[in-house]
Ligand binder design. Structure first.
Ligand code: ZN
Length: 148
């Protein structure tokens, strides 16, 4: 499976180098801040919902390659999804990294590139930061998110 690993590596490198939807939204419907003190990753995430689906998403911040790539992949994965689908995706992504998931998960697509992070417990928090922050944003929490 060396080819697949290499492909995943390239997806992560590419999304770190050119993060997608890396911007602040003008008037987000949902917004949350996230911080991973263990690594120093900080993000701000905003969403705009139109007709019940994610019409716009923007992430800004500074962090390591894993947190940046994960946030970038997240924005692509949730665009056009309903909030219910977003919740399912958050659960599936977390399950993939903690190995505690049900076997019948929604298709994670490109997000599978981050699967290997599971073997590095310290980096799991980098990979899940954006997802915790997304959960807080759609859950309406005003508290800043921390992975600690
Ligand atoms: Zn990090």
């Amino acid at each position: 499976m060396a080819d697949l690993r290499e492909l995943y590596q390239q997806v992560i490198l590419d999304h770190n180098r050119r993060p997608r939807n890396f911007r602040a939204l003008d008037r987000p419907d949902h917004q949350a801040e996230g911080h991973n003190p263990l690594c120093g990753d900080r993000i701000s995430l905003g969403l705009r919902i139109v007709d019940g689906v994610v019409a716009e998403i923007g992430i800004q911040g500074a962090g390591c390659a894993i947190s940046t790539a994960s946030g970038s992949l997240l924005t692509e994965a949730v665009l056009g999804k309903s909030l219910l689908e977003v919740q399912a995706l958050i659960a599936a992504f977390r399950a993939m990294l903690t190995g505690a998931g049900p076997p019948d998960q929604p298709d994670l697509g490109k997000l599978l590139a981050l699967q290997g992070v599971r073997d590095y417990p310290v980096r799991v928090k980098c990979a899940t930061l954006a997802w915790h922050t997304l959960a807080a944003a759609v859950g309406g929490s005003r508290e800043p998110v921390t992975t600690e």
